[in-house]
Write a new protein. Structure first.
Length: 320
């Protein structure tokens, strides 16, 4: 019983801390996207923080499930009670927490859009694609006076200083930030933005599925079943580090396969197979459902067989 409470505590504490951490990161990211050099900055926004909670909760649910498997790899005793707790929390995530969260996201979607600040500040040199802008004064109608330093010879003479008056402020090159200086200094590398784009695409697909009803969500939740089935890989090897590596690799592959499907990044042959399966079954996403179910069945079968093998081996060693 003590282990049950400890396992539940790890799950709840990880959910709380993870959601809080990702919500703070989301809030700071939104604040930075709206920050303009020389203007007052806001470091805490309740609106962005609450939006961050909604946006990050599905990700936290998946990460915590993987964390629980790591915990079981590290503490392999009482497998049956741990398995039922793991299964309970997995079902709780995919049939209560995530669907509820997605409905809340869709309800407040229009309020969660981050708007860029279309104005800028004066007294700062800003390097744009074709030169350097310096705004000496910005009027209330978002028109400005200043000078443009033609560093690339865009207007004919390299290094020319061209004054301008009552010209519209143009900061489109700063997109998705409000200030080009912030973009040049803090824009994350591709290794960060690519995983975020994967999560955004899957979150959009999940939101669309939940909007179509329970059966559509049940079809998408085959993705969750495949992720939960990674539990069986904890028995892959007697080396705990090897098990962790297998679990991480399997999770990444399952995520990528589902991402490629929902983004329609498929070879022509697979697209034809997907269309024929959908026509035959009457279910739009038949291919990815079938793939997720096959992966789940293989991982579950592997986990059962390897679990029995590990159990038998440990008994033989104890008898000796």
């Amino acid at each position: 019983m003590k282990r049950v409470f400890y396992f539940a505590f790890i799950y709840l504490a990880s959910m709380f801390v993870g959601t809080l951490a990702f919500a703070m990161l989301f809030m700071f990211s939104c604040n930075l996207s709206m920050f303009v050099t020389g203007l007052p900055a806001s470091f805490f926004s309740l609106h962005f923080f609450m939006t961050g909670i909604l946006v990050s909760l599905p990700l936290v649910c998946v990460l915590v499930q993987v964390l629980l498997i790591f915990f079981l790899v590290r503490h392999p005793k009482k497998k049956m009670s741990s398995f039922f707790l793991y299964l309970f929390f997995g079902l709780l995530s995919w049939f209560v927490f995530i669907p509820t969260d997605l409905k809340l996201i869709s309800r407040y979607e229009s309020d969660s859009i981050v708007s860029r600040v279309q104005s800028t500040s004066s007294g700062v040199f800003r390097k744009e694609d074709n030169g350097v802008y310096y705004y000496s004064r910005i009027n209330e109608d978002n028109k400005a006076d200043g000078v443009f330093i033609d560093t690339d010879g865009y207007f004919g003479t390299e290094g020319a200083v061209i004054p301008f008056f009552d010209s519209p402020v143009n900061n489109e090159s700063a997109f998705p930030y409000s200030d080009i200086l912030i973009k040049n200094s803090l824009q994350p590398p591709y290794i960060v933005t690519f995983p975020l784009s994967i999560y955004s695409a899957l979150l959009t697909a999940a939101g669309y599925s939940i909007s179509l009803g329970f059966l559509a969500w049940l079809a998408f939740a085959s993705f969750g079943l495949a992720l939960l089935s990674v539990y069986g890989l904890q028995f892959a090897s007697s080396w705990k580090l090897a098990n962790v590596a297998c679990i991480i690799t399997a999770v990444l592959l399952i995520v990528l396969v589902n991402y490629f499907y929902y983004m329609n990044i498929l070879p022509g042959v697979l697209r034809e197979i997907s269309a024929k399966l959908a026509q035959f079954s009457g279910i739009k996403d038949s291919l990815i459902i079938l793939v997720n179910l096959i992966v789940s069945a293989l991982l579950i079968a592997f986990g059962v067989l390897m679990g029995l093998y590990r159990y038998g081996t440990s008994n033989l060693e104890s008898d000796e």
